[in-house]
Design a protein around this ligand. Structure first.
Ligand code: MN
Length: 557
C-alpha cells in the first residue's frame, strides 16, 4: 500500500473516534431532520458566488442580503453568499447573510488553504443558522498538472487536511472536486473517500466546464454512490453542479438526481460563469411535474419563483430573458397577444404549468428599449391606461427615447412617462408650472426661493437648509401651500438622483415619488443643474398626483 492508503487509514481511524459526535450533530441540524429516506433534493443557491463570477454581476453585501431573504422565502436550503477570502465585499456579504437571514444555511466558499478556511469561518461567526463551509480542490489531471502543479498524493493530502481543518470550525462541511466530471474516476473515488473520512457530509462533483451529457452524469453519480460505500454508510449527500456550455445544465442536473444526487447547485435565472449555471426553476418544476418519475421531494415554494426572477433582474438591472424557461415574459404568452387564455378553451392545450403556480405576472416584467409598441400598449393596459393608436404612437416615441441607454424601464417609470405625456397634453391649463428657482449659499446655510405659476397666478416660497436641495424643497413646499392648502399634505417618499458620465457637464437625472393620503405621483427630470432637475421632478410628481394620480396600493415605492 502506498502513501495514499496510509493517509486514508490514518484519517479513517481518527474519524471513527470522531464519528459519533459528527453523526449526532449532523442529524440534529435543521436541514437533515426532515430527510428520513434521502428522498428530498436540497437546493443549494450560488447566485451570489458562481453567479457573481459572470461579468457585470457586481451585487454587493446589501443586495446579497436581499437575494438571500428572497431565497429563504423561496425555500432554498443552502445559500452560498460569497467567497469570503476573495474580497472585503465578499466577506461582508457572507457575514451579513449569516447574521441577518434566518431559515437558510449560510455558506462560504474556500480553497483548500488555512487562510481561505479561516476567512470563511470568521465570516460565518455568529450565524443565525448552523453554517456551512464549502471547500474545494481540483481533481482532474489537467487542473492538477497545469493549475495546482501538484501530484495526486499531494492533492489527496490537501483534501483531508482542508476538510478536517474546516470541521474544527463547523459541523457542516461540503467538499467539491473541481472538474470532477473530467477527473480520472478511480482517483475521484479516492478523493471522495478522503473527504468523507475527514468529515465532509456533502460531496459535490461538479461539471465545472459544462462538458458532459446527461446519460454520462447519471452514470457517474450512480457509479460513485455504488463504488464508494462510505457515501451511504455516513449518510453523505452527493451534489451536482452543472454549467450550461452545451445547453445541458438542466438536463444534467436532473440526470444527476436520477443517478442519486440529493443536492443540486443552481442559480436564480441561470446566471453564472460563461454560459451560466443551472437555472433552479426548471429543475424544480420538472421534479414537481414528474413526481412519480423522480420519486423525490423538494422544499421550494413554486409560487415565489416569479418574484425571485424579478428581484434578481432589478438587482442586476438586467432583463429576465423573455424565453427563459418558467419565468420569461413569453413563457405564458401565446401567439401574438399576451396571455390569450381561452383561445383553445383549455389552457392545458399549450401549457404544462399555470402562470399562478410559478408566480408569473404579465405586468411584473420591466420593459426594455427592445420592447415593441404592442408590448408597451399591453403593459400600459395592465397598468390601467387604455391608449388609442394615435396616442400610442406619441407615447411610444417618448418611451423609446427614455428607454434608450437604460437597461430596464419599471412600471413606476411607465406611470411617470404617462404623466409627462398626459399632463402636457390634456391638462396644460391646470398644472403647476415651475417659473423660477434661485439658491445661494449664505454663510453655512443655503437659502432658496421658488416661484410657481398655478391658475395664472404666481406663488412664491422661501426656504433654508444645509444643502441646496433641502433649501429648495422647503421653498417649494411653501410655494405649493400658497397655491393650494391641500398641497401641504403631499410628502416626498422617494428621491433618487443619478449623475451621468461627463464630469462637470454630466446630466443629473432626478426621480421623485410623492404621496398624499391615498394617491401616489411620479416625477422625472434631467438637467446639468441637479438642484433644478430635482425641483422640476418634484413639481412633475405633484402634477402627476393631482392630475393623473395612482392609488397608493397600486405602486411599489
Ligand atoms: Mn461553477
Amino acid at each position: 500500500m502506498g502513501k495514499t492508503n496510509g493517509l486514508f487509514f490514518k484519517t479513517e481511524k481518527e474519524n471513527l473516534l470522531l464519528g459519533v459526535k459528527h453523526n449526532v450533530s449532523i442529524s440534529n441540524g435543521i436541514l437533515y431532520k426532515r430527510r428520513k429516506h434521502m428522498d428530498q433534493v436540497l437546493f443549494f443557491d450560488t447566485t451570489c458566488r458562481d453567479g457573481k463570477q459572470a461579468p457585470g454581476n457586481n451585487h454587493g453585501p446589501a443586495d446579497t442580503v436581499r437575494i438571500a431573504h428572497q431565497a429563504a422565502a423561496l425555500g432554498i436550503n443552502i445559500f452560498e453568499a460569497g467567497f469570503a477570502v476573495s474580497s472585503e465585499l465578499d466577506f461582508q456579504s457572507v457575514s451579513r447573510v449569516a447574521k441577518e437571514v434566518d431559515g437558510i444555511v449560510p455558506c462560504s466558499l474556500a480553497r483548500a488553504s488555512t487562510k481561505d478556511i479561516e476567512a470563511a469561518a470568521r465570516a460565518l461567526e455568529g450565524a443565525l443558522v448552523s453554517p456551512r463551509i464549502h471547500t474545494f480542490i481540483a481533481t482532474s489531471d489537467i487542473h492538477m498538472e497545469h493549475k495546482l502543479q501538484m501530484s495526486r498524493d499531494q492533492v489527496l493530502e490537501k483534501v483531508a487536511d482542508s476538510v478536517r481543518f474546516a470541521r474544527t470550525f463547523v459541523d457542516d462541511v461540503e467538499w467539491s472536486a473541481e472538474d470532477a466530471m473530467r477527473s480520472d474516476f478511480e482517483f475521484l473515488k479516492l478523493a471522495v473517500r478522503e473527504a468523507i473520512f475527514a468529515g465532509a457530509r456533502t460531496v459535490n462533483v461538479p461539471d465545472t466546464v459544462g462538458y458532459l451529457m446527461p446519460g454520462m452524469i447519471r452514470e457517474k453519480v450512480s457509479q460513485l454512490i455504488a463504488e464508494v460505500p462510505e457515501i451511504n454508510e455516513y449518510g453523505v449527500v452527493v451534489s451536482v453542479h452543472c454549467h450550461d456550455d452545451l445547453d445541458c445544465a438542466t438536463a444534467n442536473t436532473l440526470a444527476g438526481i436520477e443517478g442519486g444526487a440529493r443536492q443540486v447547485e443552481c442559480t436564480i435565472n441561470g446566471i453564472g460563469e460563461r454560459a451560466g449555471n443551472t437555472h433552479y426553476a426548471p429543475v424544480v418544476m420538472a421534479l414537481s411535474l414528474h413526481k412519480d418519475y423522480f420519486g423525490v421531494t423538494h422544499s421550494i415554494n413554486t409560487q415565489a419563483i416569479g418574484d425571485t426572477a424579478r428581484l434578481l433582474s432589478s438587482v442586476l438591472q438586467k432583463p429576465v430573458p423573455s424565453n427563459l424557461p418558467v419565468v420569461g415574459e413569453n413563457v405564458f404568452a401565446h401567439g401574438s397577444g399576451i396571455h390569450q387564455h381561452g383561445v383553445s378553451g383549455n389552457t392545458q392545450t399549450y401549457e404544462i404549468m399555470t402562470p399562478d403556480s410559478v408566480g408569473w405576472k404579465a405586468e411584473g416584467f420591466p420593459l426594455s428599449s427592445q420592447s415593441g409598441r404592442r408590448g408597451l400598449s399591453e403593459r400600459l393596459r395592465l397598468l390601467g391606461y387604455e391608449l388609442g393608436e394615435n396616442e400610442l404612437r406619441v407615447v411610444y416615441d417618448r418611451f423609446e427615447s427614455y428607454a434608450t441607454g437604460r437597461s430596464l424601464v419599471s412600471n413606476n417609470e411607465l406611470h411617470m412617462l404617462m404623466q409627462q405625456h398626459r399632463c402636457g397634453v390634456d391638462h396644460a391649463a391646470h398644472r403647476i408650472v415651475l417659473d423660477d428657482i434661485s439658491y445661494a449659499k449664505v454663510g453655512d446655510v443655503v437659502g432658496a426661493s421658488v416661484t410657481l405659476c398655478y391658475g395664472g397666478v404666481m406663488h412664491h416660497g422661501n426656504g433654508r437648509g444645509a444643502g441646496p436641495f433641502a433649501a429648495a424643497k422647503q421653498a417649494l413646499s411653501e410655494a405649493l401651500r400658497a397655491c393650494d392648502v391641500s398641497l401641504a399634505d403631499i410628502s416626498l417618499v422617494h428621491y433618487d438622483l443619478e449623475k451621468g458620465e461627463g464630469g462637470a457637464d454630466a446630466i443629473g437625472q432626478a426621480h421623485i415619488t410623492v404621496q398624499s393620503e391615498t394617491m401616489t405621483g411620479f416625477g422625472y427630470a434631467e438637467n446639468v443643474d441637479t438642484v433644478l432637475a430635482s425641483v422640476q421632478a418634484y413639481v412633475q410628481a405633484v402634477n402627476h398626483l393631482l392630475l393623473v394620480g395612482i392609488p397608493k396600493d397600486q405602486v411599489d415605492v
